[in-house]
Every structure is written in C-alpha cells, then in structure tokens.
Ligand binder design. Sequence first.
Ligand SMILES: Cc1cc2nc3c(=O)[nH]c(=O)nc-3n(C[C@H](O)[C@H](O)[C@H](O)COP(=O)(O)OP(=O)(O)OC[C@H]3O[C@@H](n4cnc5c(N)ncnc54)[C@H](O)[C@@H]3O)c2cc1C
Ligand code: FES
Length: 278
Amino acid sequence: MHRIISKKKIAEDIFKIVLEAPVVAAKRKAGQFVVLRPEETSERIPLTIFDSDAGKGTITIIVQVVGKTTRKIASLGEGENLLDVAGPLGNPTHVERKGNIAVVGGGVGTAVAYPVAKAFKEEGNNVMGIIGARTKDLIILEDEMSAITSELFITTDDGSYGRKGFVTDALKDIIEKNPVAEVLAVGPVPMMKAVCDLTKQYNVKTMVSLNPIMVDGTGMCGACRVTVAGKTRFTCVDGPEFNGHEVDFDELSKRLKGYSDMEKHYIGHKGCNLENKV
Ligand SMILES: Cc1cc2nc3c(=O)[nH]c(=O)nc-3n(C[C@H](O)[C@H](O)[C@H](O)COP(=O)(O)OP(=O)(O)OC[C@H]3O[C@@H](n4cnc5c(N)ncnc54)[C@H](O)[C@@H]3O)c2cc1C
Ligand code: FES
C-alpha cells in the first residue's frame, strides 16, 4: 500500500500527488516512470516520476484524468492508499554537459519534460524551456519550469496566455537565435512529430519520450512496441526516450487509438454490467 501524503489540483483535471514509495524514491533517476494500480481490479498504468525525496521516502506524480484508472486515482484523497507502485522503470535520461538544451512540453507532457530539464540544468547546461497548451487553463508547472530554465516561452493555441501559436513557433525562434545542442520534446504524438519535422530541417538532435499503451512495463507483453529506425523496440525497457528523427509516429498514433471505441463506450456508460455486479 502507498499512502497519499498530499494532493493538489494544478489545472482542470490535472493533479499533483505526493505518495509514499520509499523503495522507488531511493533509486529513481530523471526520465523514469512507475506502473501503478489504485486497486485490485484496476488496469496497471504508467506515470512518470515527476520528483522524489529519498529522505522522506516519497515520490511525486502528476496525473491527468483521461479515463477510468486516472479518474480513480484522482478520486482518492490524502491519507488514502494506492494498491501497488512498481518501479522505477525505464531507462534514466542520458544526461551530460552539452551547452544549450531546449526542452519542450506540450500539455501534461510538461510533467514528463520537467524532471529531464532539471537533470540537464543540474549537469551545468543552459536549459531553455517552452511549454504549450490549447488554452491558458491547461498550462501547468510554469513556476517549476521557470525556476530551472534560463528563458521560458509559453504558447497557447487560442492566444489566451503567452504567445498565440504552437510550441514549434517558439522553438523555431530559439533554434535560429542560439546554437542548440539538443532538443527534448514530450507531449501529444502530433506535437512531438511536428517538433521533429522542424528540428530535422536544422539538423538538431531531438529526443522524445513516448507514451504508448503499456501493460507490464517489463518487456514481456509487447503492448508498448514502437518502430524506431525501422526496428521494433519496446518503450518500457528500450525507452521511454528515443531519437525522435527515427520514430514511426504514424504507427504510434494508430496504436494509441486501438482501444478508443472501448474507451468511448466506458465514458458513455457508468460501468459495464458485469463490473456493476461485482
Ligand atoms: C512512460 C509513460 C509515462 C506517462 N506519464 C504520464 C504522466 O506523468 N502523467 C499523466 O497524466 N499521464 C502519463 N502517461 C499516460 C497515462 O499512462 C495514461 O493517460 C493512462 O494510462 C490512461 O489510463 P486511463 O485508464 O485513465 O484511461 P483510458 O480510458 O484507459 O485511456 C485513455 C487514453 O490513455 C492512453 N492509455 C490508456 N492506457 C494506457 C496505458 N496503460 N499506458 C499508456 N497509455 C495509456 C491511451 O492513449 C488512451 O487513449 C504516461 C504514459 C507513458 C507510457
Ligand atoms: S509494457 Fe509490456 S512490453 Fe512494454
């Protein structure tokens, strides 16, 4: 059991949760995630470790409510428990001193980008940040990103906050003004693809953190397979970060939609008949 120490709403349907997980907190590195289940009948879902405190034995996760399991997690209060938290999983980010790094977070992807940006900053890099969302209310972690970046650019699709436009508009300006050694982009698949299409033109190395469906998180089930440089890779054990210029984003996008009919069915109904009986 993993007790929820604190829970704070940071945007519509997005929560920052600190929970007890001493074993994970002791080992965790930037870029890694946990696979957790709120209760016995829940799916296992992956969530990035946003931050950790080895002394207190806690980890912080940022959860966006998109479906059944994330809704269950968000419904729990301080003092309640998550059933199991497995991790840390995935490869830590390869961090070295490179100079100028641009970190791009789209929507809840900013929660995944933040620990990586922080690790690059701690290694002595100059980190420039861009965070974007559809609208002002969906911008998250502005203060946290400001604290670790030399410059932070904000974009919203509707112009309600920061610059009107896409993260790629701000990134193009950064690349044209600065010698950028590497870009890290995390967000929805179309955003990561657009970032990679842009950076390819400037020949700037770009890492992306992928978000396929995961089940076991240990390389056994094959659910998280993606094609990178023409080869099948498992995101949970080979990633989650890959060279974005080699990722087959169209295939990833199709695979992510694989269960969308079932998800719509669940959202349209309060639960299946069998589930309601148990
Ligand atoms: C390595 C990794 C790190 C992630 N980090 C975060 C994070 O820090 N914060 C956050 O809010 N979300 C994160 N996600 C996405 C999160 O796992 C999904 O939103 C969650 O699994 C949805 O579950 P659900 O039952 O609420 O929704 P469902 O109704 O089951 O699904 C809604 C959508 O979520 C995605 N999804 C569903 N199940 C999974 C699954 N098992 N694995 C991955 N995606 C799934 C699909 O795109 C699906 O269309 C991460 C995903 C990965 C792979
Ligand atoms: S989640 Fe099962 S192989 Fe990666």
